[in-house]
Design a protein around this ligand. Structure first.
Ligand code: HEC
Length: 132
């Protein structure tokens, strides 16, 4: 118990030192998520099934990206950013700019209760930001 509390404190301490994201990035990310991701992931990011209109992809299970069990397979914001950039939106991967993928990543960090510290999230700084 004490060791766990101690290591959480250490992680929080480290997070304080690195660049995280700006509230503006998260705000843009929220809008982008609504426009490009919510159709499958749901407006609140809680997942579901790919809708009929996506043809061959329809019915595929969509994992939650917000909530207690979300994003468990990602260690850092960089893993999440790269995955989104290479694989999402599932029907048109790579269709957003790097800036936009970073903004969506910032919004997902905010949803995962990682607090903004006012420094912009970049592909480099993202590697220093643990997701949980
Ligand atoms: C056409 C439907 C669709 C759209 C649009 C879509 N996704 Fe997905 N997403 C999926 C599916 C389905 C999966 C599960 C992996 C798979 O089947 O390839 C997934 C998986 C993910 C995962 C991995 C979650 C995990 O825990 O493994 C992330 C992160 C993600 N999507 C983010 C996004 C973001 C960000 C956008 C918008 C830029 C987006 N997705 C748009 C269908 C979609």
């Amino acid at each position: 118990m004490r060791a766990a509390a101690l290591s959480l404190g250490v992680v929080a301490g480290l997070v304080g030192l690195v660049l995280l994201y700006t509230p503006q990035q998260a705000q843009r990310g929220r809008k982008l998520f609504t426009e490009s991701c919510a159709v499958c992931h749901g407006p609140a990011g809680d997942g579901g099934r790919v809708p009929q209109r996506f043809g061959a992809l329809a019915g595929r299970r969509v994992p939650p990206v917000v909530g207690p069990n979300a994003l468990a397979s990602f260690q850092t914001a960089s893993d999440l950013f790269r995955y989104a950039q290479q694989r999402m939106p599932l029907d048109d991967p790579g269709s957003l700019t790097d800036e936009q993928y970073l903004a969506v990543t910032a919004w997902l960090l905010e949803q995962a209760a990682v607090e903004a510290n006012g420094e912009p999230l970049t592909p480099e700084s993202a590697a220093q930001v643990p997701i949980r």
